[in-house]
Design a protein around this ligand. Structure first.
Ligand code: NDP
Ligand code: HSE
Length: 436
């Protein structure tokens, strides 16, 4: 059988990795897919740069739309990133009857509903394994492997760059900016790295996974998002002393009132596997009603780990290319007509535990005032740490871990605590999850 023809849009980190993996493993890939997978055209902004990667014989076009709509091309791989022109290229490819493979979570989080509807109408596939957690086949697991389950929650380290930075800060004492710079050089970071460090990239991925596990439309704008830029090294140290690690987590949880969807730095007990996922590695913990907890772990970014997911999608699409569209796995796991409008809860309605750090005057009565304010809101304390004041200092840090409580109550308590004359600076609050 003839090879299936692919147009590759973008030959940066992921595009060049995809090209390399396809070339290197073409024998094995062909045996798995049932026919060869052949890149016949590459779309690139800089043809000379692209030529150094794909060699002298490849057709390179600086007009990406020509590749996306080329009659010879059957699958378009979009790895340029960003919303535009990626959206226009993908919609044009779909309209021209081509299947699409993309690693672009920003695009899907913002325009996924539109893109999947267009693909559904055209009877083509849009595959996106590489968009979430790099090389980990977590979309496959959520969409197919766990399909018997009612998923209760997912919690994941889903940004390699920020996990790399946090690990470098904790283990090697490296400065934030230096670690970010390294992550950029290693090809982990987004074109705009604020997406990584401000939690936006994690929120893109969480919006995609939430849609798949709960059968809801993608709703990135409703995801609460907080990054790692405000995290202080002393909180990483205090968390260690208390037996916790701080990770940037994406959490999506079903509750009686709706769905929590949030990304923020989170204390996790050090005995949990997720707390020990370091460097560029990602992991997604999933709680299903039948299977219990399952954990998916692997490289969350980088050229070949991500290419592994792109090529897996290419094989999947090649195998299902001739199947009746009705028989394919739905893009978002649930049948398009069966999505539900469960509300996404505002952050004030979220129930979780908290790490609170307070800078206070070291004098009698301070603690009593603070615990009274917490008790008024029915916030009970699970653990407590008071640091010795530094030599000659009259102030010190108090650290408290609370039981689970509604965030709106904690906000009121924090406002009351900050109004005390003995509390010297804004309270540091980091959410805590035991993941049981
Ligand atoms: P790169 O910046 O390394 O590569 C993007 C490539 O696309 C570059 O060659 C760039 O050209 C080209 N490009 C960008 N915009 C245009 C345009 N308008 N017209 C023509 N060419 C264009 O990014 P990555 O490979 O890292 O990321 C690609 C996608 O994969 C993104 O969506 C990203 O979020 C996603 N992803 C990345 C991962 C990673 O580890 N890097 C992991 C998982 C997903 P030029 O060089 O001229 O700028
Ligand atoms: N910038 C992303 C990360 C790439 O660091 O996780 C993988 O999606």
């Amino acid at each position: 059988m003839d090879s299936i023809k692919v147009g590759l849009l973008g030959v940066g980190t992921v595009g060049s990795g995809t090209y390399r993996v396809l070339m290197r493993n073409q024998g094995e890939i062909t045996r798995r897919a049932g026919r060869g997978i052949e890149i016949v055209a590459v779309g690139a902004r800089d043809a000379n740069k692209a030529r150094t990667i794909v060699g002298p014989d490849m057709r390179i076009d600086t007009d990406l739309m020509r590749v996306a709509t080329d009659p010879q091309v059957e699958i378009v791989v979009e790895v340029i990133g960003g919303e535009s022109p990626a959206r226009e290229l993908i919609l044009a490819a779909i309209a021209a009857g081509k299947h699409v493979v993309t690693a672009n979570k920003a695009l899907l989080a913002h325009h996924g509903n539109e893109i999947f509807a267009a693909a559904q109408k055209a009877g083509v596939m849009v595959a996106f394994e590489a968009a979430v957690a790099g090389g980990i086949p977590v979309i496959k697991a959520l969409r197919e492997g766990l399909t018997a389950n009612r998923i209760e929650w997912i919690a994941g380290i889903i940004n390699g760059t920020s996990n790399y930075i946090l690990s470098q800060m904790r283990e090697r004492g490296q400065a934030f900016d230096e670690a970010l710079n390294d992550a950029q050089e290693l090809g982990y970071a987004e074109a705009d790295p604020t997406f990584d460090i401000e939690g936006i990239d994690s929120a893109h991925k969480l919006a995609i996974m939430s849609a798949i596990v709960f059968g809801i439309p993608m709703q990135f704008s409703k995801c609460y998002t907080e990054g790692i830029t405000e995290l202080a090294i002393q909180d990483i140290r205090y968390a260690d002393e208390l037996g916790y690690r701080i990770k940037l987590l994406g959490i999506s949880r079903r509750s009686g009132e709706g769905i929590e969807m949030r990304v923020h730095p989170t204390l996790i007990p050090v005995r949990r596997l997720l707390a020990n996922v370091d460097g560029v590695m990602n992991a997604v913990l999933v709680k299903g009603d039948a299977v219990g907890q399952t954990l998916y772990y692997g490289a969350g970014a980088g050229a070949e780990p991500t290419a592994s997911a792109v090529v897996a999608d290419l094989v999947d699409v090649t195998r299902l290319h001739t199947a009746d569209p009705e028989q394919r796995v739905p893009h978002l796991a649930f049948q398009p007509g069966a999505l539900v409008a469960t509300p996404i809860l505002p952050i004030g309605e979220v129930v979780t535990a908290y790490y609170l750090r307070l800078r206070v005057l070291d004098q009698p009565g301070v603690l009593a005032d603070i615990t009274r304010i917490l008790a008024e809101r029915e916030i009970s304390i699970e653990a407590f740490l008071q640091k010795e004041p530094e030599e000659g200092e009259m102030q010190t840090d108090i650290i408290m871990l609370t039981h689970r409580v509604r965030e709106a109550s904690v906000n009121v308590a924090i406002a009351g605590i900050e109004a005390l004359a003995t509390v010297l600076s804004p309270v540091t609050r980091i959410r805590l999850e035991t993941l049981t």
